[in-house]
Design a protein. Structure first.
Length: 249
């Protein structure tokens, strides 16, 4: 098999391509606190300008610049496991991407068991994340990186292979914090039909009360024009359906 020479060592061509496919800037089009910050800095003068800016940022102190990193969904979909995540964290460092600001290693859908435990907690899938999320977060943090996770403002996630967080916002937020999670992508599948404007603030509040700063990425697909209301709820928000390497979409 041929290899590509990259900073930090040699990688198989396949691995390098997979990495390239999955690396992307995590700022969602049209969203993100940095956009509001820049506008306010340009239009505000005087000693109170910093205070005005703070009012427009979610009070977790995150998202002042676009987050950059890796997300598992675009290439791997549900085929994820902890070895892949650890190797990806290693690659982000060895290829020099971490030094250039790529810091988030984000799991997408399919990381948990289908059912919660007897206490109502989310359970990492034993067959793919047997060491648990706390151990995985510790490993990612040891590389100087941050770990992101995925949930949904519905009864199940989009894959229907794991529970959503609707009705469990406080419990799940505390669970994520206890694992050392740094980022939450919050999807919109299998919901109860109520407006995202009702469902997403509950998780926002829960994360703020979790005891850990967790970047909150709203993924309601732009259904209710989140650019007009999401700035006080999340650190970024998506405005479209999934992207893909298909020119016919």
């Amino acid at each position: 098999m041929s290899y590509l020479s990259l900073p930090g060592g040699s990688w198989s061509a396949l691995a390098a391509v997979r990495l390239a496919l999955c690396i992307f800037v995590l700022l969602n089009a049209g969203g993100g606190a940095a956009r509001h910050t820049g506008h306010l800095q340009a239009s505000s003068k005087g000693s109170n300008s910093k205070e005005i800016i703070r009012r427009y940022l979610l009070s977790n102190g995150l998202g002042k610049t676009p987050p950059m990193g890796w997300n598992s969904w675009n290439h791997f979909n549900c085929k994820i496991e902890e070895k892949l995540i650890r190797e990806t964290a290693d690659a982000i460092v060895s290829t020099g991407l971490a030094a250039r600001g790529y810091e988030y290693i984000n799991l997408d859908d399919c990381w948990a068991e289908l059912n919660r435990d007897s206490q109502g907690n989310l359970v990492p899938k034993a067959s793919t994340f047997g060491s648990g999320m706390k151990a995985l977060a510790d490993y990612v943090h040891s590389k100087g990186l941050k770990l992101g996770i995925y949930s949904d403002a519905g009864n199940q996630t989009c894959s229907k292979t794991m529970p959503g967080s609707l009705g469990y916002e406080e419990q799940d937020a505390k669970t994520f914090a206890s694992w050392g999670i740094d980022y939450l992508k919050y999807d919109n599948c299998n919901n109860d039909g109520t407006s995202p404007k009702e469902r997403y603030p509950k998780m926002s509040k829960a994360l703020l009360n979790s005891g850990r700063p967790i970047f909150f990425s709203l993924c309601e697909w732009g259904r209710e024009d989140p650019a007009t209301w999401a700035a006080s709820i999340g650190n970024s928000w998506r405005t479209t359906d999934d992207i893909g390497d298909n020119w016919n979409r």
